[in-house]
Ligand binder design. Structure first.
Ligand code: FES
Ligand SMILES: [Fe+2]
Length: 445
C-alpha cells in the first residue's frame, strides 16, 4: 500500500513533477525507427511524458523530435510536408530542421526565421528504437547501451504496444513473476509430461510451464543492484527441486524477464502521459546470446492455446476494455484461467482494469509482491531525492548495461541464484564474444 502522496509521486510524469523530472534525466524511447523509416517520409506522432511531439527523418536520414505545435500560430507539424532537410508546416509554410531551427518562412515578406525555433530534443537510434532526451541539456548523460549499439538491423526485432493505463501499473506486471501461474495459465499445462529436465540444472522452457502451474506462490527474493534490482521467484517443482526465475529491473522503466538459460531481451515502458504508455520490446534475432539449453520457448508447449504478439512494429490492439478483451467464457471453463485468447491481452486486462491510475492506498500487498513494492520504493525515493538535489541512479555512463540479464534454472543444492545470468555465470561467459571476455578479464586484473 502507498500513501496518496507517494502514489502521486510514482505515477505523475508531467513536467515539474518529481517522477516526471526523474524520467527527464534518462534517454527515452520516442518511437520505433520503422515509424519514420523513410528519409522525407511521413512524420510520426510522439506523445511522451505529457509532451506532444513529432518525429521525422530528414533528407539526410537524421531523425528529429520536435514539439508538435508550430511556433507561428500553433498548427500541428504532424501534418507537415517533410522535404529538403526540414519539416514544413502546411498552414503558412514555416519550415524547421531537425535541430528545431526555422529555416524558411514561406509567407513572410521579411524573414525573421533566424530568430524562430521550435523546441527540439536530441535523438539517438539504437536497436530499432528512436531514443530522445527531454531533460535539461546540462544534465544529459551518455546513451545507455543495453547491447544494441553494435548490432546490425538483421539481428534485432523491436515492437511496441499501447497500454491504456499508468506506466507504473504496466511495469508492476513485469516485476511480478507470480502472476504467470494464474493469469497466463492454461488447463492443458496439467497434461504436460515430465520431459526429464525436472532436476538440478537447466530445465526445458516447456518444463517451466509445469513449474508455474505446480507452484503459484513462489518465494520472492530481491537483491538490490547499482542499476535497480534483480529478483528471483523460487518455486518448488513437481520433483521437489527449487526452480529460480530471475528478472532484472533497471531504473526507471526497464525490465529483462527470465528465460532458460538467460535472456537479454528488454522491455521499456515509456509513459505517454499519466494515464497511458507505450511498451517497447527489444529482442535479438535469433536470441543469439542464448545457448540451446532450454530448447524451444514455452509457447511451443503442446496444447498452448494463446496467440502471441507480432515481433516487429506497432502491436495492434484488437481487444480492449470496450469489447471486454474478447473474453470467451466457455474457454474460461476449460481452456485457461482468463478465457482471453491473446497472451498480452491477458496482461492488458489485468493492468488496465485497475483504472487509468490505480489508487494504491487501496491495495493489499502480500509475500509475492516484494519486487513490486521494491520497484515503487526505489522510484519514489529517487524522485524525491532528485527534487532534493541528489543524482538519480543508473544514469548513462555509470555502469555496464549490457551485462544485465534475466535467467532461469533449477538450482543445485547450495547454488546462489544471484550468479545466474551475470558475466560470472559459466553459461553466459561461454557465449560472450571474445572482445567482451577480454575486457572483463582486464577489469579483473
Ligand atoms: S501555423 Fe505554421 S506556418 Fe503558420
Ligand atoms: Fe504477464
Amino acid at each position: 500500500m502507498l500513501t496518496h502522496e507517494d502514489n502521486e509521486i510514482l505515477t505523475r510524469v508531467g513536467r515539474g513533477t518529481p517522477a516526471g523530472e526523474l524520467f527527464r534525466r534518462y534517454w527515452l524511447p520516442a518511437c520505433l525507427s520503422s515509424e519514420v523509416a523513410e528519409a522525407d517520409g511521413p512524420p510520426a506522432r510522439v506523445r511522451l511524458l505529457g509532451e506532444e511531439l513529432v518525429a521525422f527523418r530528414d533528407s539526410d536520414g537524421r531523425v528529429g523530435v520536435v514539439e508538435e505545435r508550430c511556433p507561428h500560430r500553433g498548427a500541428s507539424l504532424f501534418y507537415g510536408r517533410n522535404e529538403e532537410c526540414g519539416l514544413r508546416c502546411v498552414y503558412h509554410g514555416w519550415k524547421f530542421d531537425t535541430s528545431g531551427q526555422c529555416v524558411d518562412q514561406r509567407n513572410e515578406r521579411r524573414s525573421f526565421a533566424d530568430r524562430i525555433q521550435v523546441a527540439a530534443y536530441p535523438t539517438h537510434e539504437s536497436g530499432g528504437i528512436v531514443w530522445t532526451y527531454l531533460g535539461p541539456p546540462g544534465t544529459m548523460t551518455p546513451f545507455r547501451d543495453f547491447g544494441t549499439e553494435s548490432l546490425p538491423a538483421s539481428e534485432w526485432v523491436a515492437n511496441k504496444e499501447y497500454v491504456d493505463c499508468n506506466w507504473a501499473q504496466s511495469l508492476d506486471g513485469d516485476v511480478d513473476t507470480a502472476h504467470i501461474s494464474t493469469l497466463h495459465m492454461f488447463d492443458a499445462a496439467d497434461q504436460l509430461p515430465d520431459d526429464g529436465t525436472d532436476r538440478p540444472g537447466y530445465n526445458s522452457n516447456l518444463a517451466s510451464v509445469r513449474f508455474w502451474l505446480h507452484d503459484p506462490k513462489p518465494l520472492i527474493d530481491v537483491e538490490d543492484e547499482w542499476y535497480g534490482f534483480r529478483y528471483a521467484g523460487i518455486r518448488r517443482t513437481p520433483n521437489g527441486h527449487r526452480h529460480a526465475r530471475i528478472s532484472a529491473y533497471v531504473f526507471p522503466f526497464t525490465t529483462m524477464i527470465g528465460f532458460v538459460p538467460f535472456t537479454t531481451s528488454q522491455i521499456f515502458v515509456a509513459p505517454c502521459d499519466d494515464g497511458s504508455a507505450w511498451r517497447y520490446m527489444f529482442e535479438t534475432k535469433p536470441r543469439r546470446q542464448h545457448s540451446p539449453l532450454g530448447g524451444p520457448p514455452f509457447t511451443t508447449a503442446p496444447g498452448y492455446p494463446f496467440e502471441m504478439n507480432p515481433l516487429q512494429g506497432i502491436v495492434p490492439r484488437d481487444f480492449t476494455r470496450a469489447n471486454d478483451y474478447g473474453i470467451d467464457r466457455a474457454a474460461q471453463k476449460g481452456v485457461s484461467y482468463t478465457g482471453i485468447h491473446h497472451f498480452r491481452t491477458q496482461d492488458y486486462m489485468a493492468t488496465e482494469t485497475a483504472g487509468k491510475i490505480y489508487d494504491r492506498t487501496r491495495e493489499h500487498l502480500g509475500s509475492t509482491d516484494l519486487a513490486v513494492s521494491r520497484f515503487h520504493q526505489l522510484v519514489i525515493s529517487a524522485a524525491k531525492g532528485l527534487a532534493e538535489g541528489r543524482q538519480p541512479p543508473a544514469l548513462g555512463g555509470t555502469g555496464d548495461f549490457t551485462g544485465i540479464r534475466g535467467a532461469e534454472k533449477i538450482l543445485e543444492e547450495d547454488e546462489d541464484w544471484r550468479v545466474l545470468g551475470t558475466d560470472a555465470d559459466p553459461v553466459v561467459a561461454g557465449l560472450l564474444d571474445p572482445e567482451r571476455r577480454a575486457a572483463l578479464a582486464g577489469a579483473d586484473d
